[in-house]
Each structure stands twice: as structure tokens, then as C-alpha cells.
Design a protein. Structure first.
Ligand code: C5P
Length: 295
């Protein structure tokens, strides 16, 4: 992570990997735009509804820029933790762009969709693309990263939420004035190319982790527990508070998820695979576009 720029964003270099923890967005034709959101397997949590949801903003931006007069009803079913540092909102925005573009007869080319994505948020372009990529600038400039094989991750959701700008502010406070320019993580890129989980795990690093832990100190205990239970790598995802653990293989990932679930330090722990594709349309039997975005 580099210093804060004059536009308020931080210059960064990051390796993104999409995993198969999926939100689903069902889109059907309608005269106006509308959006209803819910959370799968969870109650008593708040999810942003209607115009304030980034998926709605994505559809509205596409409508506006390409003079689309049609609307859409969007039904969003969420699995990705909210305010969790997993680019869940960005994933839903990418899904809305792809789904509404399909529903409205492809007014935007793939390149134009990519530009709209960057306007909506730093992580939205990656959520369109998926797989594994090196992000630079504020995260929206992407270069594909070569990887070998599939990785078995465990995602542990926090009981708490963190605001991304608040974590970046804390990062600034902790870093002070001496923030060096960000560098491409050569060791991680080499490990991904070979596909060796132990080398990848050893190379995992997140500059925002210290800031996230200073806001939620229990995250450190959870990371330590994961390492004790055999994770070859453990870190806070993005700006947190979701934590991710790399396992040596799929069986060890299952054991790790069970152990982490029993600590009482996380809301749930789930085994996922990476890399996974980005937002894509899956037409349903009624021939209506349905998008399964992946982050
Ligand atoms: O681009 P996005 O809207 O997702 O960014 C959310 C917030 O995260 C920004 O308002 C900013 O505070 C912070 N951010 C940053 N540097 C980045 C990306 C995000 O400071 N490269």
C-alpha cells in the first residue's frame, strides 16, 4: 500500500483472487429500476435496499450513459459477508452491469462496461473479470496473473463489520508520513505460478491488516488459531474484518473450517476454492438473464 493520493485514494499494488463464495442476482424486465436484497442463511442483519445498493447504482449508471429507457427488477441473494472486506458490494455491482447489459440488448461493449465498473468502485473491474489479477493504481488497473491449480481457502466471517474508509484512515494514522511506494510482490507471483500452497501461504501479506486488527483486536486471535490448526497462510481480507486461511489441500481445509467454527471467534467458517470466474450471466429456464457473480 502506498501513500494517500490527492484524490483521497491510496496508490496500491494488490493480488486479487476470486473465490467461489457467490451472491446471486436475478434480473427480470420491468418499467422502472427496483432492487430487493436478502441474505442467504442469515437473519437479523441489515442489507442495503433499493437505490442505496451499489447494484442499483450500477444499473442506473448503465441506463444513464447509454440512454436506456427500459427498467429492471433485481433480486439480490447474498452470501458474501457485508462490510467484510470481501468486495461483496463491488461483486453485486459487477453482476448488475453484466445482467442489465444482457437484459437491455448489450448497449455497452465489454470495454465500456469495464470503464463504468471503474467509476463505481476500485474493486468492481476485478469483480467483472475474476480469476487472479494484479491490481494497481487504486485497484482498477488489472494485469492477469498466471496460476497453477486450485487453492483451498477457508473464509471466516466476523461478528462485526468495518467501514473501508475508516480502515484506510486508521492505516494512515498508523503509517505516519513515511509510506513507501507499493511494490509488486514477486515472491507471491512466483509461488502462484508454481501453485505451491506452502509458498503462497508464506508470501501472503496485507498492509491493511494492522489497521483492521487495531479496530477489532480479536482478529489477531482468530488468525493465530488458524495457524495453530495448520493453515499455511492466514490474513485479513481487504480492509477486513473477514479473515482468510490457506490450507495445504481440500481435506485440511475442511478440518480447518471445523476447528475455526468451534473457536467462537468467528460467525462462520466456510471452505471455498480459488481462482473462480467473475460475474457472468446464467440464463434461467424462462430465458431470463440471471447472474451469478463471484468474488
Ligand atoms: O473505490 P471504492 O469506492 O471501493 O473505495 C472505498 C474507499 O476506500 C474510498 O473512499 C477510500 O477511502 C478507500 N480506498 C483508498 N484507496 C484505494 C481504494 C479505496 O483509500 N486504492
Amino acid at each position: 500500500m502506498g501513500p494517500r493520493r490527492s484524490d483521497g485514494y491510496h496508490e496500491l499494488v494488490t493480488v486479487f483472487q476470486a473465490i467461489d463464495l457467490i451472491d446471486e442476482l436475478r434480473v427480470v424486465p420491468a418499467a422502472e429500476l427496483s432492487l430487493e436484497a436478502s441474505i442467504i442463511d442469515a437473519e437479523a442483519e441489515t442489507v442495503v435496499q433499493g437505490e442505496d445498493n451499489l447494484a442499483w447504482k450500477a444499473a442506473a449508471l448503465l441506463q444513464d450513459r447509454f440512454d436506456v429507457t427500459a427498467g429492471a427488477h433485481m433480486n439480490l441473494s447474498k452470501r458474501i459477508p457485508i462490510a467484510g472486506g470481501m468486495a461483496g458490494g463491488s461483486t453485486d455491482a459487477a453482476a448488475a452491469l453484466v445482467a442489465c447489459n444482457a437484459l437491455w440488448g448489450q448497449p455497452a461493449s465489454p470495454a465500456e462496461l469495464f470503464e463504468l465498473a471503474a467509476e463505481l468502485g476500485s474493486d468492481v473491474p476485478f469483480c467483472l473479470r475474476g480469476n487472479t489479477a494484479l491490481g494497481s493504481s487504486r485497484g482498477e488497473v488489472l494485469t492477469p496473473v498466471l496460476t497453477t491449480g486450485e487453492l483451498s481457502w477457508v473464509v471466516a466471517a466476523s461478528f462485526k463489520e468495518l467501514s473501508t474508509p475508516a480502515v484506510y484512515r486508521r492505516f494512515d494514522e498508523l503509517a505516519g508520513d513515511a509510506v513507501p511506494a507499493p511494490e509488486v510482490p514477486a515472491d507471491l507471483m512466483a509461488a502462484l505460478r508454481i501453485g505451491d500452497p506452502e509458498r503462497i501461504g508464506a508470501a501472503l501479506h496485507n498492509d491493511l491488516q494492522r489497521a483492521a486488527i487495531s479496530l477489532i483486536p480479536d482478529l489477531d486471535l482468530l488468525l493465530e488459531a488458524g495457524r495453530d490448526y495448520g493453515a499455511v497462510g492466514a490474513m485479513v481480507s481487504g480492509s477486513g474484518p473477514t479473515t482468510v486461511f490457506l490450507a495445504k489441500d481440500a481435506d485440511r481445509a475442511v478440518e480447518l473450517a471445523i476447528m475455526l467454527s468451534s473457536t467462537g471467534l468467528c460467525k462462520w467458517a466456510r471452505v471455498v476454492k480459488g481462482p473462480a470466474p467473475g460475474a457472468r450471466v446464467i440464463p434461467d429456464s424462462g430465458n431470463r438473464p440471471r447472474v451469478v457473480p463471484v468474488t
